[in-house]
Write a protein that binds this ligand. Structure first.
Ligand code: MG
Length: 387
């Protein structure tokens, strides 16, 4: 079997573009799909897929590990989120091809199922000053939280913390507690609420938010500071009682190594569209397992990425819970041939060979590339704020 072509299809889904990677083979009808979406770097990823494709055309797609080594090591400059997103999409497509060739769902190819269900969590968003400070907006959060519970979810995530100055005051802390309190009151004590700080807080502020929110029992505290300085993350993790989660911006096992060795978190959140694909997320998960650290994959991207994560979750012992995006575009499921079936907040093992869904290229073509929405933020004094 040989790879005959690698191409991309870009689908604009409002705030982000989904980059689907298509790997074709010389076997009639046998193609693989992957996803390499990377917001605000869409055209760079498409170019990176083209650069890497030159290494793979003519190779046997079933030699996944060998091809991963070629993609990662045979072009002098390694890593970086653009290159690794391209590798991730291609690696997923190679897994799709191999599992289809064997006639099994992907999870069977990567270890078989270690659990019978996958617990999903809903993402309510937030994080704008308006969402946090505005009473009407807090009410709308209560409605969204109630809807998640009505839909069967037992866990949800909110950005309860507004964009925060390096050292902010009591008002910011007070309103974060109010927003989280509204959601806690709505869902009761049996639903797990995760808080994502989006790396927009300094360690000093993250520690204060954690102390203020701790009585409302957040399940985990995500990206309490930017990830470049692991010791800063460790400082937060040691100072608070809420488990820290991080990793959505890290790529390859080498970047996760320091996080794990320093025990900077309780939960890692690699993104299968950035970290290096199925091959790499399985290795990162195994490394985390040796530190008794769980994995909750980051997953705000397209429908293909969600299915890949489902397949990984079924075969990974230290998998914890799966994020799912439900509120980006109403036609989300139209571009695939089999929408994700979430029953009462849980997903059951897929049965179709491969990743389990195909891209509908006719539907996809209805939403061509557009530049991503501008998302630039500033503090009140005009200085740049983190996203
Ligand atoms: Mg996050």
């Amino acid at each position: 079997m040989k790879i005959t072509g690698i191409s991309t299809i870009v689908v604009n889904a409002k705030m982000r573009n989904w980059v689907f990677v298509k790997v074709e083979t010389d076997q009639p009808g046998l193609i693989g799909w992957g996803e390499a979406s990377l917001e605000w770097k869409t055209r760079a990823v498409v170019g990176a897929v083209q650069d890497i494709a030159e290494l793979l055309v003519g190779e046997d797609p079933r030699r996944i590990e060998h091809l991963w080594q070629i993609m990662y090591r045979q072009q002098f400059f390694k890593g970086g989120v653009v290159t690794m997103s391209a590798i991730s999409g291609i690696d997923q497509a190679l897994h799709d091809i191999k599992a289809k060739d064997y006639g099994v769902p992907l999870y069977e190819l990567i270890g078989g199922h270690v659990r019978d269900t996958i617990r999903m969590y809903d993402h309510l968003g937030g994080g704008t000053s308006e969402a946090v400070y505005n009473a009407a907006s807090r009410e709308s959060f209560a409605e969204k939280a109630q809807q998640s519970v009505n839909d069967g979810f037992t866990a949800l995530k909110i950005l309860a913390v507004p964009r925060t100055e390096p050292l902010d005051g009591a008002k910011a802390l007070h309103h974060a507690v109010e927003l989280m309190g509204v959601v806690r009151d709505t869902v009761g004590d049996d639903v797990d609420i995760m808080v994502d700080l989006h790396g927009r807080t300094t360690p000093a502020m993250a520690i204060q938010y954690a102390q203020a929110l701790a009585p409302l029992r957040p399940w985990f505290f995500e990206e309490p500071c930017q990830p470049e300085n692991v010791d800063a993350m460790v400082e937060v993790a040691r100072a608070i009682t809420i488990p820290v989660a991080t990793g959505e911006r890290l790529v390859t096992r080498w970047q996760f190594r320091e996080i794990l060795e320093k025990r900077a978190c309780a939960v890692i959140q690699p993104d299968v569209c950035h970290c290096g694909g199925v091959s790499e997320i399985k290795k990162i998960a195994a490394m985390a397992e040796t530190y008794y650290i769980s994995m909750a994959p980051h997953n705000p991207l397209g429908p293909l990425a969600t299915m890949v994560n489902i397949q990984v979750g079924f075969s990974t012992p230290n998998f914890l819970i799966q994020e799912v995006m439900r509120s980006d575009v109403p036609w989300r499921n139209d571009v695939v041939d089999d929408p994700l079936d979430i029953r009462n907040g849980y997903v059951y093992p897929p049965t179709r060979p491969g990743i389990g869904i195909e891209i509908d290229e006719v539907e996809a073509a209805k939403h061509p590339y557009l530049p991503e929405d501008e998302a630039r933020y500033f503090h009140p004094d005009g200085s740049v704020a983190d996203w």
